[in-house]
Design a protein around this ligand. Structure first.
Ligand SMILES: CC(C)(COP(=O)(O)OP(=O)(O)OC[C@H]1O[C@@H](n2cnc3c(N)ncnc32)[C@H](O)[C@@H]1O)[C@@H](O)C(=O)NCCC(=O)NCCS
Ligand SMILES: Nc1ncnc2c1ncn2[C@@H]1O[C@H](COP(=O)(O)OP(=O)(O)OP(=O)(O)O)[C@@H](O)[C@H]1O
Length: 200
C-alpha cells in the first residue's frame, strides 16, 4: 500500500472544520476526523470509558451506559487538571486509531481533521496543514448557536486551545470562513484542485 498523502486540517472551536470537511467529502476525499475518533474510543466496553467512570464517577454515564458528554464537558473545561488527565488518557488512543484509518484511506490524498493539531504537534504526520480561520467573535457566536452553550463554556474551550496567531503560523493554506458557506466551498474546491496537482 502507498503511504497516503495526509493533509492536516485544523481550526478553533466553531471555526468551520466540519463545514470544510463535508465539502472535501463531495470530491470523494477520505476524511479522518479526530472528534469522531474521540467518540469511538469511549464507547461502552472500552478502556477509555472505564477509566473515565473510575475518575469522575457514574454521574458521567447516561441511563443507557453511554458517556454523558455534556456532563464530562463541564468537568473538563472547568479547570486545567481534569482536562490534562483526560487528554493524557485519550490522546494516545485517538492517535493510534487515526493512524489505522489513515493507512486504510484510498483517496488521492486524505484529510486529517484535528482541533488540536497545533497543540499536539500532529502536523508532524502531515504533508501540509490547512487552517480554517475566522475571527474569534464569529467562532464564539457560531459555536454558541450550534451547541446551545453559554458564552463562558465556549470561551473556556477557546482558552484551552491554541490562539488564532499560533494556528496561522503553522498553516500552509488558509481557508477564510469569515463570510458565507458558499465562499468556503469555493475555496475548498480551489484547494482540492491544487492538492490533486501535487499528488499527480
Ligand atoms: C469533553 C468532551 C467529552 C465533550 O464532548 P462534546 O460532545 O460536548 O464536544 P466535542 O467532542 O464535539 O468537542 C467540541 C470541541 O471542543 C474542543 N475540544 C474537545 N476536546 C478538547 C480538549 N481536550 N482541549 C481543547 N479543546 C477541546 C474541540 O474544538 C472540539 O471540536 C469531548 O470533547 C472529549 O472527549 N474531549 C477529549 C478528547 C479530545 O481531546 N478531543 C479533541 C480532538 S483530539
Ligand atoms: N460560513 C458560515 N456561515 C454561517 N454558518 C457557518 C459557516 N461555517 C460554519 N457555520 C456554522 O457554524 C457552526 C460551526 O461550524 P462547524 O461545526 O463546521 O465548526 P467546527 O470547526 O467543526 O467546530 P468544532 O471544533 O466545535 O467541532 C455550525 O453550526 C455550522 O453550520
Amino acid at each position: 500500500m502507498n503511504t497516503p498523502y495526509v493533509i492536516g486540517l485544523t481550526g478553533g472551536i466553531g471555526s468551520g472544520k466540519s463545514a470544510a470537511t463535508e465539502r472535501f467529502k463531495t470530491h470523494n476525499i477520505d476524511v479522518v476526523d479526530a472528534d469522531e475518533v474521540a467518540r469511538d474510543v469511549v464507547t461502552p466496553g472500552t478502556l477509555g470509558l472505564h477509566s473515565i467512570v473510575q475518575r469522575f464517577g457514574k454521574s458521567v454515564l447516561l441511563d443507557d451506559g453511554t458517556l454523558d458528554r455534556a456532563q464530562l464537558r463541564k468537568h473538563v473545561f472547568a479547570g486545567p487538571e481534569a482536562k490534562a488527565w483526560l487528554n493524557k488518557l485519550l490522546h494516545p488512543l485517538i492517535r493510534e486509531r487515526m493512524l489505522e484509518l489513515i493507512a486504510a484511506s484510498s483517496s488521492p490524498y486524505c484529510i486529517l481533521s484535528v482541533p488540536l493539531l497545533v497543540e499536539n504537534k500532529l502536523y508532524e504526520m502531515c504533508s501540509k496543514v490547512v487552517v480554517v480561520d475566522c475571527e474569534e467573535d464569529i467562532q464564539l457566536k457560531r459555536a454558541m448557536q450550534r451547541d446551545s452553550s453559554d458564552k463562558q463554556t465556549i470561551k473556556n474551550i477557546m482558552a484551552a486551545q491554541a490562539s488564532r496567531e499560533e494556528r496561522l503560523k503553522a498553516a500552509d493554506y488558509v481557508l477564510d470562513n469569515s463570510t458565507t458557506l458558499t465562499s468556503l466551498h469555493q475555496q475548498v474546491d480551489e484547494l482540492h484542485t491544487k492538492l490533486l496537482m501535487q499528488v499527480s
